[in-house]
Design a protein around this ligand. Structure first.
Ligand SMILES: Nc1ncnc2c1ncn2[C@@H]1O[C@H](COP(=O)(O)OP(=O)(O)OP(=O)(O)O)[C@@H](O)[C@H]1O
Ligand code: NI
Length: 313
């Protein structure tokens, strides 16, 4: 069964006299126990999806579509009902973990405060967090709790936040750019961390990342975003080792291990998107049809692709 189902999700931001189309007609399901990756270049709409489904976007965001969590429509919940889900049944590890911790509070107090805010006994919560910290590769967690956030490395901070999120036993974890700003060693640690969260705790995850190595190691399936829409969705190994969409091919070739061949050109303006395929200007296969007609998502070798010429690839 799908734990999360997103149907026709669109997000527009009104900014002065313009409208920015951040996310357009996104569909996907995340099955119980599955890790779905969201990849795509900066500005493609990944974080906005994570924030939209928890209704955490600012007031100038116009959101449409349906988000079902265990069959329950999150967009029709009252704020009090949503608060019971947010941070507890669905946890979000934000894009900037440093910003998620208060710099003047020792780690122990941060953890206790998070439990208090959610109406959970802080001593109980602390015990649970410490147990998780031991399991999730943090040495000497007691000592770590007596330090301030800035005394921890980026990787340690991330583990601390992961433990805090996991202690609420969320059914779904959303992690936004968990390896951003980490050094190579900490990045490897993050792969280990998320693999453990997935395998030992069987968590269902939505993993938003630029880090294709992390995505390949941890994700079961991957959705590739371009200019606010999904252009390819398939098993992780297929998307990253044998991509079908010309954009995904470019993204994979731009990886250091594949020669760092950059994808030329820029993604289109989100204020006036092209009529045809959003990728046509940068695509080496494009022709007149791509210029005129916006491609629909189609089945392709068991996955999904938004391209007029998938049969040629
Ligand atoms: N509050 C906002 N007001 C106006 N536009 C916004 C707002 N938040 C996001 N956007 C726009 O929405 C689009 C998608 O942004 P988003 O942050 O989801 O990208 P992303 O894929 O997460 O990028 P990155 O990889 O850099 O984190 C961008 O064009 C961005 O400028
Ligand atoms: Ni983002």
């Amino acid at each position: 069964m799908s734990l999360l189902e997103i149907k026709d999700l669109s997000v527009e931001f009104s900014a002065r006299e313009n409208t920015v189309k951040a996310v357009s007609h996104v569909f996907f399901k995340v099955r119980e126990g599955e890790t779905l990756g969201l990849i795509g270049e900066s500005g493609s709409g990944k974080s906005v999806i994570g924030l939209a489904l928890l209704r955490l976007l600012p007031a100038n965001a116009n959101v449409s579509g349906t988000v079902l969590f265990q069959g329950q429509d999150l967009f029709s919940l009252r704020p009090s009902e949503l608060r019971k889900i947010r941070g507890k049944r669905i946890s979000l590890m934000p894009q900037n973990p440093a910003g998620a911790l208060n710099p003047v509070l020792k780690n122990r107090l941060q953890i206790e405060e998070v439990f208090e805010e959610r109406g959970i006994d802080k001593k109980e919560g602390m015990k649970k967090s410490l147990r998780l910290m031991k399991k999730l590769l943090l040495r000497d967690p007691e000592k770590l709790c007596d330090l301030y956030p800035h005394q921890l490395s980026g990787g340690m901070r991330q583990r601390l936040i992961a433990c805090m999120s996991l202690s609420f036993e969320p059914e779904l974890m959303i992690a936004d750019e968990p390896t951003k700003g980490l050094d190579p060693e900490a990045k490897e640690g993050a792969v280990e961390l998320f693999t453990k969260i997935k395998n030992d705790y069987g968590k269902t995850m939505l993993l938003i990342t630029h880090d294709l190595d992390l995505a390949l190691e941890v994700c079961d399936r991957i959705a590739v975003m371009y200019a606010g829409e999904i252009v390819e969705l398939d098993k992780a190994s297929k998307v990253l080792n044998a991509p079908s969409h010309p954009y995904t091919k470019g993204l994979v070739r731009a990886q250091p291990r594949n020669g760092l061949v950059p994808l030329s050109g820029q993604s289109p303006s989100r204020i006036s998107l092209p009529e045809g395929c959003f990728f046509h200007e940068r695509c080496r296969y494009s022709n007149i049809e791509c210029f005129r007609k916006h491609p629909e998502m189609k089945n392709h070798n068991g996955g999904w692709i938004r391209c007029h010429f998938q049969s040629l690839q």
